[in-house]
Design a binder for this molecule. Sequence first.
Ligand SMILES: [Cu+2]
Length: 323
Amino acid sequence: MNFFSRSKSLTRGVLFSMNLLAGLALTAQLAQAEVVPVNIHAVENTVEVDNKGTQYASWNFDGTIPGPVVRVKEGDVVDFTLINDKTNQKSHSMDFHAAIVDVLNEFSPVKPGESKHYKFEAKYPGVFMYHCGAESMAEHIARGMFGIIIVDPKQGYNEAYPRPDREYVLVQSQLFPNASDHHALMENTGWTNALINGKVFHYDPVHDPNATLALQAKPGERVRLYFVNANINMPVALHPIAGIWERVYPNGNPKNVLYGMATYNVAVSEASTFDIVSPADHATNNAIVDHTMGAAHRGAITVLMNTPDADPEAGKGTHILLR
Ligand SMILES: [Cu+2]
C-alpha cells in the first residue's frame, strides 16, 4: 500500500484515512504493528490567525497551524519524510517527541529543496508534540511549526481507558506579531494573543462574534481532548469551566491517570489527554480555558456545547481537529 503523495491535500486526506485505520485497528485487541508512511512539507506561507481573517507570515507544516494530525498505534513504525520545498527561504527540521533517535541525525535541519527521511518506532502510547527544531527554534515554533502525534495504545480500550464518544485536538500557542525579535521571544514579551488551533478565540462565539465553530457533543457523552501546549514560555492551566476533568492522562499514556481534576498544569511542550463527561439529562456548555488570565482573555477559550442535536460527525473520524 502506497500512502505517499506530494500533494498537501492528498497527504492530509491520507492522514485522515490513517486516523480511520488507527481507529479500526484499535477495536481489535493486540492489533498488528504496521509501518506507517508519513510525508510532511515544511511551508512558509501566510495564514489567518483569527476569525476575521487577519494575515500572519507563518512557517508551518503542510500549510496550516497546527500541522496535520499524525495518528498511529503503539508499536507502529513511523516511516517519515520531511520535504523542505525549494521555494522556502529557511532550513527546517522535524522533532517528534514520540521518537527515540539521535538529535544530531534524525532531527537535523533540512535545506530548501532537500528532504530528510527517517524511521522511528512509536514505543509509548499517548500524545506528543512535534515541532521544527531549526535555529532559532523559538522563532520556528512561534511562527507555527508544530503539531500533534497521537499514539493509540495497542491494547485498545478498557475500563482504565474507556472508548470516547467524541475526540478533539486542541493545540495552544502564542501569537508573536514580530517573531523575528528573538529577544522578545526569550523574555516572553511582545506576544499579543493566545491561539487555539492557530486562531484567537477559534471556537468561542461567546467572546468573538466572528467565531463560527465550537466543539460539540451530546449530553452524557465522554469527550476526549488531546491537548498540546505549543507556547514559547508559558505553562497552561487547563480548566473546563462548569465541569471537572473526569480523568486526565498525563502525556496521554493510559497508565498515567488522574481522577476528578479541576485544573491540570500543562508544561511547555507537553501534550496530555483530558476526558470530560457532561450531565446526561440536560443540555450544558463548558468553556475550556487556560485559567492563566493573560492567555484566556487573549484568546484561549474554547466552547464545548453539550446538546441533543450535536452534529453527529463532529469529534469523530476525520473531524477531530476543526479547521
Ligand atoms: Cu522550521
